[in-house]
Design a protein. Structure first.
Ligand code: GSH
Length: 211
């Protein structure tokens, strides 16, 4: 690290969750940062001091940025993962917004359900039906990117949308290992992103957490 390099500190829980895309952006860009993980029991005392009373947040030379996607977009611009021009950037943003649609479209619903029986029912419905509409749409976007021969989602890639989507796919596969069986492009894309220099090494060494 050179003397005048910015100092980055990413603060999140000891989870992959909403912190993992930023961590992988740092890993791919080979930029040093502090991966600060807050313990659940300490969180109530720190909550009010964060920008949106949520995690993650990022400190950059003492400036504080909240909201996971704003953090990732900021890092992606700095490290050339945001898309080459404004049109590519809009396509990257649209895909990232679609990840939010996936999260809000039934994923969080079954995940947070506490009644065991209801949870199993919601989960089965999600993996048998709901998730496939989203996966078909992602696969269609990948196929449509002739710039990269379907290797990446936007331009000649990779962008942070690729990282963000591969992480989502990994999360779905953790719960249902066969979820990508009908989506060869998405499956290959996930493997490609996980093999990128920096990301591959990070995945091998990152703390093992449930999600
Ligand atoms: N839109 C926010 C959501 C942040 C969020 O809900 N974070 C959760 C952890 S994944 C949190 O801080 N939970 C603790 C709390 O709300 O007290 C983002 O993307 O950063």
């Amino acid at each position: 690290m050179a003397r005048n390099d910015p100092i980055y500190k990413l603060v999140y829980f000891d989870l992959r969750g909403l912190g993992e895309t930023a961590r992988q952006i740092f890993a791919y860009a080979a930029v040093e940062y502090e991966d600060h993980r807050i313990k659940r029991e300490d969180w109530p005392y720190q909550k009010d001091a964060t920008p949106f009373r949520t995690l993650p947040y990022l400190e950059v030379d003492g400036e504080v940025i909240g909201q996971s996607n704003a953090i990732c977009r900021f890092l992606a611009r700095r490290f050339n993962l945001a898309g080459r021009d404004d049109l590519e950037q809009a396509r990257v943003d649209a895909l990232v917004d679609y990840v939010n649609d996936v999260r809000n479209g039934g994923l969080i619903g079954w995940f947070r359900e506490e009644d065991k029986e209801k949870k199993e029912k919601l989960k089965a419905e999600y993996f048998n039906k709901t998730v496939h509409g989203y996966l078909e749409t992602f696969e269609k976007h990948l196929k449509a990117n002739t710039d990269s021969n379907a290797e990446y989602f936007v331009g000649s890639g990779p962008t942070w949308a690729d990282i963000h989507i591969a992480i989502l796919m990994g999360m779905l596969q953790d719960v249902e290992p066969t979820v990508l069986a009908k989506y060869p492009l998405l499956k290959a894309h996930k493997a490609r992103v996980e093999n990128l220099k920096g990301i591959k090494e990070w995945i091998q060494k990152r703390p093992k957490t449930a999600m």
